[in-house]
Structures are given as C-alpha cells and as structure tokens.
Design a protein around this ligand. Structure first.
Ligand code: PGA
Length: 256
C-alpha cells in the first residue's frame, strides 16, 4: 500500500467557531472511517492545543506553519522548535513562498530552520518552487536546485531522510491554476534525482508533495502517480466538506 500525505495549511485563517466546527466534522468522519494515509493539519498556532486534545487518530498529525531559528530569548513574536515539540507538533512547514516573499526569508535562513527541525527529530516540510518569471525563462530547475543546495551543503548527507519536500510552483498557489501533471512529474523527478546524486538518500526515501490550487475537482489527477507522494492544500483545506471529500477520494484510491 502506498503512503499518500495530505497536508492542510490554514495560513492566517480561522477562528474558534470555524476550528470547532472543523474539529467536530473531522472527528465524526474519523470515528466512522478507517483512513490509512497521513493527514497533517497545520492551523494557526493558537488553535493547536484544542485540536490536539480533540482529534486522536494515529494517521492525523499536527503541523506548524513556521518556526524561529532561535531556541529562546529576546525574540518577540517568535515560536521556538522546543515550544512546538512541547505542544506535540511533529511537522513544520518552512520555506513557503509567502514567507520567502513577505518576510524576505532567504535560502540560507530556511536551511537553518531545516537543521533545527531535524535536530529535534521532527519533520520539516520544505516548500520549494519557481515563480512565473522563472518558469517563463526556463529557470524552474535551477531555482529548485538553489533552494536545495544550501540545505545539502549545510548538513550531513542523510539530511533529506525523514523529511518532506513540497514542490509548489508559486504561480499555482491560490490562483486556481495547477501545474500540469507532466510538468509536475518532470520537476519531482528532477528534485529526486538531484537529492540522490548529492546525498546519501535513496529515491524511495524522498517524499515530494505537490502544492498549488489542488481541490476537490482536480485531486484525482494527482493520485496513483509514482512521482507524487502527497498534496499540500491551502484554500481547499479550509472548508471541512471539501477537505473530508478529498481525504475520502485519496483513501478510496489507495485502499483499492
Ligand atoms: P492553495 O495553497 O491550495 O490555496 O493554492 C497552497 C499553498 O499555499 O501551499
């Protein structure tokens, strides 16, 4: 049976009412259905404990949308990896294009986050991907390569074991335009090949999700494809009906 990983990134969305509604519906679904794929839920941090206390399922995990590179001290507004570990977060999204763009996060800074997450035996979800200008000038591979290089250089050769990469072309995020499957497969193959050639990690150990406008009407396109090990959902994870239906489709496909 193949393992397919669905990550839900709620970004800066939600409130108590929406989260409680979401929890009730997911709980209900999980109590009646056996899921075998992995679901990682990354809400805004204030809601994590509520979710942790209410949803208990061995395939359901908590994720954070960011982490600081410092462990403690005078860094107002930041959250450390120790704090995330303390509240049972196992996965941390880093390098999202929104953080690269709006918070000027560099490849080097993201690589530090990657190392800190790994040092705690937690799992980074490293987002990489090109923007539209880079795609138009045929620089997609070189952009991804640079985003991976800093991590490969900073760290030991097993660094990409127990890690997730989310290939998210920036032009596909929140736009309703998904990349076509051949293009995604080509990029995923490139990423896998580049990592295997530059580290000690075997192709089968590399997990790559695709992210960018995945929704209920197109989810089927991303399933049963060797190169795609999961999806990272933004908008379509906010609506529990849509999210549950996506989980259901994935479940049915991989349990046949
Ligand atoms: P989207 O977001 O599904 O809304 O395109 C994906 C993401 O930002 O990771």
């Amino acid at each position: 049976m193949k393992r397919f990983i669905i990550t839900a990134n709620w970004k800066l969305n939600g409130n108590n009412f929406l989260i409680n509604n979401f929890i009730q519906n997911i709980k209900n679904y999980l109590s009646k259905n056996i899921i075998t794929n992995t679901i990682i839920f990354a809400p805004p941090i204030p809601y994590i404990n509520n979710i942790k206390d209410q949803i208990k399922n061995k395939h359901f995990f908590l994720g954070a949308q960011n982490v600081d590179t410092n462990l403690f001290g005078a860094f107002t507004g930041e959250i450390s990896i120790n704090m995330l570990q303390d509240i049972n977060v196992q996965y941390v999204i880093i390098g999202h294009s929104e953080r690269r763009l709006f918070h000027n996060e560099s490849n080097e800074y993201i690589a530090k986050k990657f190392q800190i997450i790994k040092s705690k035996n937690m799992i980074p979800i490293l987002c990489i991907g090109e923007n539209i200008q880079e795609k138009s000038s045929k620089k997609s591979e070189i952009v991804c390569q640079k985003q991976l290089d800093v991590i490969l250089k900073l760290s030991d050769e097993n660094i990409f074991k127990n890690s997730i990469i989310a290939y998210e072309p920036v032009w596909a995020i929140g736009t309703g335009k998904t990349a076509d499957i051949q293009y995604i497969c080509k990029m995923h193959q490139f990423i896998k090949k580049y990592i295997t050639e530059n580290s000690n990690v075997h192709t089968n150990e590399i997990i790559i999700q695709y992210g960018g406008s995945v929704n209920l009407s197109n989810i089927q396109n991303f399933l049963n494809i060797d190169e795609i090990n999961g999806v990272l959902l933004g908008n379509s994870s906010l609506n529990y009906n849509q999210f549950i239906k996506i989980i259901e489709i994935v479940n049915q496909t991989y349990n046949k």
